[in-house]
Ligand binder design. Structure first.
Ligand code: ATP
Length: 395
């Protein structure tokens, strides 16, 4: 119970701090905009701390619920087989418990190791005092941005080919502020929090990302015609920030039109900059276009920590334990993790094995039109890895 209060108190204080820009200017004596411009100008130099003992990186593993434990189990099997120098520190979170002790342990572990890999964590409690563990984890670690690369696979029949879009999503506020209350019986209000500080930080991240990755255009997704203050601020800030990146084209699109445009002509999008809820909507629409929830991974980043996971954050409870879940999304999350740890060789051989399995051998689970089991896919990945790893050799 004490752990719950601490998280909530911290969150409350963070909100007061981040929503009160005049207080901040008064206390800090400098404009937030200037602070972030300086910070993001040197973004390329930011190095994440990583726990490394005896040449091995320690990574927090949160299996989560539903299909999470079996998918993270495949990652462990593959890493062991390929001699990947990673040791997992596993933290299980009981979905039925109202206590946040497991969550606190998970957060402490990520703070120590700097990096994590996770399945979707379930929160079964209906009590309003128990917040979503996934959201709490992102807030506590200030994982302010979710980066989701959405692309088509040549070996999977889908509505569109050649999709190649990055969704840069607000990850710690917006519609996920979880600030709801019943003002009088039968009347419920839900707050959507947009702060200039966090909108600016996110916009700089998106434009910097575009610049560093050779992308040409950023599209801000919003509903500022209806939510004139909240989405209005998000849009206004993105327009201001865009001026600092003159080589990157900037446009904006209302979320509903954006979904229609995605379905009819996805090639017009390059990098999308979105609030929290619109981010999950467009990510799921794009996943539907390229073959479903089982393929792509996403990364959650802050100034100090990074956590990787399947991109659309599904639990998949209905298919758990049936050996039908597509392991590719979690395996792609493992590749992102290896890239982040600068284990380039291991990242490359695992990525190659995944792409050969999906595109050339076409070993597909039922969600993408095949009849293979999860373990068929994993065994095929191991078969390709066998050509690149020497049995018995531990890196
Ligand atoms: P539940 O979690 O009870 O299965 P849900 O509606 O919450 O139901 P999600 O977990 O959000 O479902 O997943 C959305 C859909 O995507 C479900 O049909 C699920 O089975 C499917 N899905 C998600 N991940 C995978 C995966 N790795 N492989 C195959 N199907 C998946």
């Amino acid at each position: 119970m004490a752990a719950v209060s601490r998280i909530q108190l911290q969150k409350c204080l963070q909100n007061i701090w981040s929503t009160n820009s005049s207080l901040k200017t008064l206390l800090c004596g400098s404009s937030v905009s200037g602070e972030y411009q300086r910070r993001w100008a040197s973004q390329a130099k930011v190095k994440y701390p990583k726990a490394k003992y005896g040449g091995r990186s320690t990574v927090t593993l949160l299996p989560g619920g539903g299909i999470g434990p079996e998918l993270t189990g495949y990652v462990k099997e593959i890493f062991l087989y390929a001699g990947v120098p990673v040791v997992f520190e596993e933290v299980k979170i009981d979905p039925s418990s109202d206590s946040n002790e497991d969550l606190e342990n998970a957060i402490t572990s990520i703070r120590r190791n700097g990096v994590g890999l996770k399945g979707n964590i379930e929160t079964r409690s209906l009590s309003t005092s128990v917040m979503s563990r996934n959201v709490a984890l992102r807030n506590e670690l200030d994982l302010f941005v979710n980066v989701f690369h959405c692309y088509s696979f040549t070996g999977i029949q889908s509505r569109h080919q050649n999709v190649d879009i990055y969704v840069i999503r607000q990850n710690t506020e917006g519609e996920y502020a979880m600030a709801e209350h019943e003002s009088v019986p039968g009347v419920v209000e839900c707050l959507k929090i947009i702060t200039r500080e966090k909108a600016e930080r996110l916009a700089h991240y998106a434009f910097n990302f575009a610049r560093k990755n050779g992308r040409k255009k950023v599209t801000t997704v919003h509903k500022a015609n209806i939510m004139k203050l909240s989405d209005g601020l998000f849009l206004e800030v993105s327009r201001e920030v865009a001026k600092h990146y003159p080589e990157i084209e900037h446009n904006d699109m209302i979320i509903d039109n954006c979904c229609m445009q995605l379905v009819s002509k996805p090639s017009q999008f390059d990098v999308m900059l979105t609030t929290n809820l619109y981010g999950t909507i467009v990510s799921n629409v794009i996943c539907g276009l390229i073959g479903g929830a089982g393929l792509l991974s996403g990364g959650n980043y802050g100034d100090h920590y990074a956590v990787f996971e399947p991109g659309t954050r599904n639990t998949g409870t209905a298919i758990a334990g049936k050996n039908v879940a597509n392991p590719i999304s979690m395996l792609n999350g493992a590749v992102d993790l290896l890239n982040h740890l600068e284990l380039d060789h291991h990242a490359r051989i695992l990525r190659d094995a995944i792409m050969k399995t999906v595109n050339e051998d076409q070993i597909h689970t039922p969600d993408v039109g095949g009849s293979a089991t999860s373990t068929d896919v994993v065994e095929n990945v191991l078969k390709h890895l066998a050509q690149n790893v020497k049995p018995g050799l531990v890196f």
